[in-house]
Design a binder for this molecule. Structure first.
Ligand code: NAP
Length: 248
């Protein structure tokens, strides 16, 4: 129970990777503030874990949302030790065909909202010598033809991670995980048609030496390790690929 007594905010905690992260944190003894727009799947997490989970139904891009998340966390648990910026938006398409408005929409969720939440939580993170984990993507490090907007937002999140690691040291550690493909609800909402998805899936699998998609728990375990000061107290500014070897 390496994280007993720690209060951790997880955005996008209801589904996919965020759900896996929340479950791993709870197993490691942490209390979790579960954030997402839809309340029902968040409630399901709370129903199964009781007082260890508090729920905030909010669009993280909305004005006042970061303040609500921080207040709910300190109200429920009396502290805030860590933030996991996991909520993300992924829309794919080639430059000539993708809706240009999606650039701003993805930037708002994938980059601006994490920065706003870190800023808002900062007094508590500093007081607790806390930590941040940003869930980026291998797309932030690789070229992403057909997914350039998404890749650009994740590259920006990587840059934010490294800059804030220096800016906030030694009080607060800031790291990112870059997952390779993990089978989650995200894959049914990318904007690609069925043939495009099949093609992308085959491409991704053939480019992944381990020959399979990852599992949510395999990301959750790394988040727990990065938040554990015994294991990772000297790790900050790291961009860690957890990707079946895709970036090797
Ligand atoms: N799956 C992959 O292969 C993969 C690979 C690399 C990186 N990632 C990254 O991993 C993270 C999680 O993605 P996932 O695959 O687990 O997808 P997912 O299941 O679609 O999860 C995204 C979560 O974020 C929440 N969310 C989205 N926009 C939000 C907003 N504006 N405010 C609050 N919550 C919001 C969603 O809940 P609501 O809809 O209820 O708000 C949902 O629970 C993302 O950052 C993604 O870019 C995924």
């Amino acid at each position: 129970m390496a994280l007993t007594g720690r209060a951790v905010v997880v955005t996008g905690a209801a589904t996919g990777i965020g759900r896996g992260i929340a479950e791993s944190l709870l197993k490691a003894g942490a209390a979790v503030t579960a954030v997402g727009r839809r309340e029902e799947p968040l409630r399901d997490l709370a129903d199964r874990h009781g007082e260890a989970v508090t729920v905030v139904a909010a669009d993280i891009c909305a004005p006042g949302a970061p303040e609500r998340v921080v207040a709910a966390t300190t109200g429920a648990f009396g502290r805030l030790d860590a933030v996991v910026n996991n909520a993300g938006l992924a829309r794919f398409g080639r430059l000539e065909t993708i809706d240009p408005a999606l650039f701003d929409a993805m930037f708002a969720v994938n980059v601006r909202a994490p920065a706003d939440l870190i800023r808002c939580a900062l007094p508590h993170l500093r007081a607790r010598r806390g930590a941040v984990v940003n869930i980026s993507s291998v797309g932030g490090a690789l070229s992403m033809p057909g997914r350039s907007f998404y890749g650009a937002t994740k590259a920006a999140l990587n840059s934010l991670t490294r800059s804030l690691a220096r800016e906030l040291a030694p009080d607060v550690r800031v790291n990112a995980i870059m997952p390779g493909p993990v089978r989650t609800p995200m894959w049914s909402e990318t904007g690609l048609d069925e043939a495009g998805m099949r093609h992308l899936r085959d491409d991704l699998l053939s480019a992944t030496p381990m020959g399979r998609f990852g599992d949510e728990a395999e990301i959750g375990g790394w988040v727990c390790s990065l938040l554990d000061p015994e294991l990772s107290g000297w790790v900050t500014g790291a961009l860690i690929p957890v990707d079946g070897g895709r970036t090797a």
